[in-house]
Design a protein. Structure first.
Length: 367
């Protein structure tokens, strides 16, 4: 089969479009379940998957109905769901089945790179849910930060992947899906784009890239959920890193204002200290929950898949940035605490001196 012939091959599968949002410091899942009908967002599993592989705690899954996506050749409406996690983040996902010639699917993929419709659709669909869950969210704030991601789930076909090998004629086409581009890629770029590959059986495979993933498999819900959760973690790590940076900048501005005072003992830094302490506590708690929610120990395939995702999404680097920002905030907090203690001591010493002087003056006046 030539590449031209491959373009006319009909491929079947599902396009998963996910947008990750941050909704606040924490979602009290028990309270949220009382407010809105939901189902436990259990990690889908195959018979081989150990019972220990799960979300802890399990998020809540909300059915948001159906939504028509703006593609003329995708006539079936997408099912829409929201998965809300305890650390204040939510995945809003559109899942639409397709049955198209390979060339048309590549056209759809290239349009996703510059699309402007996914974020507004996700926000509009999820806003009623967010508003109903407000009593269950600690410090509810819908952040402007978001992360979108696309996964093309393809049904296995001998022209795609068979016997543990990717068919040569579909390599360039597959990279168009992964990169969301029409470009005729060089052999080097094709090899790099297909580098992050993992297979469990002889006829299934998952390919991970920064913009999108391609999963050739039928029974692969746990793979899709792991990909979407890694994208959610990327959002949380980016958001937390920015949050601590903003807090440090605010603390610095307040310190500079206090430093201009000609009375050094006025520089108690009380407001920056409270701000840094609150941000540190909130960030550490959210970071730990976001890092430990998905437990994959015991399933070698999902663990290897997650490592591939972490490599492509640079999760380790972002997590390192968050840890470093928290450490800097801790150092600044300790320094400010020491300075505040010193300023209070100076004030006490000045008060004692003033009292002694006053006592001397009163004694002299009395004579």
């Amino acid at each position: 089969m030539t590449e031209t012939d491959f373009g006319s091959l009909v491929v079947r599968g599902t396009l998963h479009c996910v947008v990750a949002f941050d909704w606040g410091e924490e979602v009290y899942l028990d309270r949220a379940a009382e407010l809105v009908h939901s189902a436990a967002g259990l990690l889908p599993r195959r018979p081989r998957t150990p019972a220990a592989i799960a979300y802890r705690p399990a998020p809540l899954c909300f059915d948001l109905g159906q939504q028509q996506l703006p593609f003329a050749n995708l006539t079936t409406a997408a099912s829409l769901e929201a998965i809300v996690f305890d650390f204040g983040a939510a995945n809003i996902t559109f899942r639409v089945p397709f049955e198209l010639p390979a060339a048309e699917l590549a056209e759809i993929a290239s349009g996703l790179a510059e699309q402007q419709w996914l974020l507004p659709l996700a926000r509009k669909a999820a806003t009623p849910l967010f508003e109903r869950l407000l009593p269950a969210i600690d410090e509810p704030t819908w952040s402007d930060s978001y992360e979108d991601y696309f996964t093309f789930q393809l049904e296995p076909h001998e022209a795609l992947f068979q016997g543990g090998r990717l068919h040569e004629t579909c390599r360039g086409w597959l990279v168009k899906l992964l990169r969301l581009e029409k470009t005729r890629f060089s052999d080097q770029e094709i090899a790099e784009a297909l580098r992050c590959q993992i297979s469990y059986g002889r006829d299934d495979a998952a390919f991970i890239e920064w913009a999108a993933a391609v999963v050739i498999d039928r029974d692969c819900e746990e793979t899709i959920h792991t990909i979407e959760f890694a994208n959610l973690q990327l959002l949380e790590f980016r958001y937390l890193d920015h949050k601590v940076d903003v807090a440090l900048l605010a603390a610095r501005n307040q310190i500079q204002t206090a430093a201009r005072s000609w009375l050094p003992f006025w520089r108690t830094h009380a407001r920056p200290l409270r701000l840094l302490a609150e941000i540190r506590m909130d960030t550490v708690g959210t970071f730990e929950r976001a890092s430990g929610t998905l437990q994959l120990v015991g399933d070698q395939y999902l663990s290897r898949l997650y490592r591939l995702l972490a490599d492509r999404f640079h999760l380790a680097e972002w997590a390192g940035n968050v840890r470093q920002a928290i450490d800097v905030a801790a150092d600044v907090h300790e320094t400010l605490s020491s300075q505040s203690a010193m300023f209070r001591l100076e004030l006490l010493e000045l008060s004692v001196v003033a009292l002694i002087v006053l006592e001397i003056i009163l004694a002299m006046v009395g004579h």
